[in-house]
Design a protein around this ligand. Structure first.
Ligand code: ADP
Length: 382
């Protein structure tokens, strides 16, 4: 089990495309780290550099304190699971699982027979070892009944399990996953997520996982590395990323529906602050505004912090009105698309709240839970 360390790692592809820049990351032994970000942000490139499938242009990569920049993939003691399974179609599941081990096992048999002089005995021992490993992996993944089937006789989820099994039999130092669940339907994805978490708990292996799906990242990772344009935006536990996003990009990327943002100007008088956003004026009493806020900033508020004002709502002056443009009902929750003085806001409310499209309603914005960012799309957390 290993620790993976990236120091100032960067990648420039031939032709000059800078895909990854100055990535510093220390992955602890047994940790499950998820690289997440929109398409093209450099997460696969980073993973492939760890795997040795892509040359490292800048910086240093260590696996268990060993500099591995120029070490070929087969010598890095890592196993990678891809999106498209890459199973051999003409081989049974058993042979697919054993295939990677066979070559190594023949080599080991030859080495052993040099000492003992008995190739047959050495070979038979090595064969037994491969068989044991294959069966161990099949048991861990619950695919023992499928061992004699061909890949075409398996469902998508079963194929994915075999692909994970191929990594598992090798007992590598580090598991690398590149969007392994994207080809599965939504229900199966959820099941496989739970299985991967279990696998991680059971094996205690170091895992690095790439996905563009923030929900998958949040539910799988001990720690997330949120990337954009080749740069790490934030590296922290999922709860920390959700509660304290480092900048507006991270805030907008994590959470469903996405956070609401209001850009405005701070007006301060007699120790009280208001945020003026066009016609909307928000009283910031009780909000965690930094002591010396800049004149212009962005307020962020998650959709579950906006609700219709009820009789119990304290009578705060200037409750904003929202016009309900659309309602999306999910059964357990409803998302209200609101127009609030020209600003588009989303509110997530319970299923029992009675609302109708096209009507107006007074809103309660729980600004004690507001986030504040510097101005602009990439504004840093204040
Ligand atoms: P992600 O996995 O986050 O979708 P990638 O790591 O695949 O992103 O790509 C990062 C950037 O590098 C993108 O701009 C992509 O177009 C570019 N890129 C990826 N592979 C190559 C390549 N082989 N040659 C040139 N540019 C590439």
């Amino acid at each position: 089990m290993a620790e993976v360390q990236l120091e100032k790692v960067g990648k420039i592809y031939p032709g000059g495309v800078r895909a990854v820049e100055d990535v510093n990351l220390s992955i602890r032994d047994g940790e499950f780290v998820v690289l997440v970000g929109p398409s093209g942000c450099g997460k696969s490139t980073t993973l492939r550099m760890i795997a040795g499938l892509e040359e490292i242009s800048e910086g240093e990569l260590f696996i268990e304190d060993r500099l591995v920049n120029t070490l070929p993939p087969k010598d890095r003691d890592i196993a990678m699971v891809f999106q498209n399974y890459a199973l051999y179609p003409h081989m049974s599941v058993r042979r697919n699982l054993a295939f990677g081990l066979e070559r190594r096992s023949k080599y080991k048999s030859r080495l052993k027979s040099l000492v003992s002089g008995d190739y047959r005995a050495a070979r038979s021992m090595e064969r037994a070892d491969v068989a044991k490993r294959v069966e161990g992996a099949a048991r861990t993944l619950g695919i023992e009944p499928l061992l004699e089937r061909l890949p075409k006789e398996l469902s998508g989820g079963q194929r994915q399990r075999v692909a994970v099994g191929r990594a598992l039999v090798r007992d590598p130092k580090v598991f690398l996953f590149d969007e392994p669940l994207s080809n599965l339907d939504a229900k199966l994805r959820l099941e496989m997520r739970a299985e991967l978490r279990q696998l991680h708990r059971r094996t205690g292996a170091t895992m690095v996982y790439v996905t563009h799906d923030q929900e998958e990242a949040m539910t799988l990772g001990d720690r997330l590395v949120v990337m954009k344009d080749g740069l790490v935006q934030q590296c922290a536990a999922p709860t920390e990323i959700y509660a304290k996003p480092a900048n507006r990009f991270v805030a907008s990327f994590v959470g469903t529906p996405t956070m609401n943002f209001l850009e405005g100007r701070i007006e301060s008088a007699a120790g009280r602050h208001r945020l003026l956003c066009g016609e909307l004026a928000l009283d910031l009493t009780g909000a965690a505004l930094p002591t010396n806020p800049p004149a212009e900033l962005t307020l962020g508020l998650r959709p579950d912090r906006i609700a219709p004002a009820g009789p119990e709502t304290p009578d705060v002056a200037g409750l904003p009105e929202g016009h309900i443009v659309a309602i999306e009902r999910y059964g357990d929750v409803q998302d209200l698309v609101l127009d609030c003085c020209g600003h588009r806001l989303i509110a997530r409310v319970g299923p029992d709240v009675t609302v109708t499209e096209g009507s107006d309603l007074p809103l309660r914005l729980d600004l004690t839970q507001a986030h504040f960012f510097g101005p602009g799309e990439d504004g840093a957390r204040l």
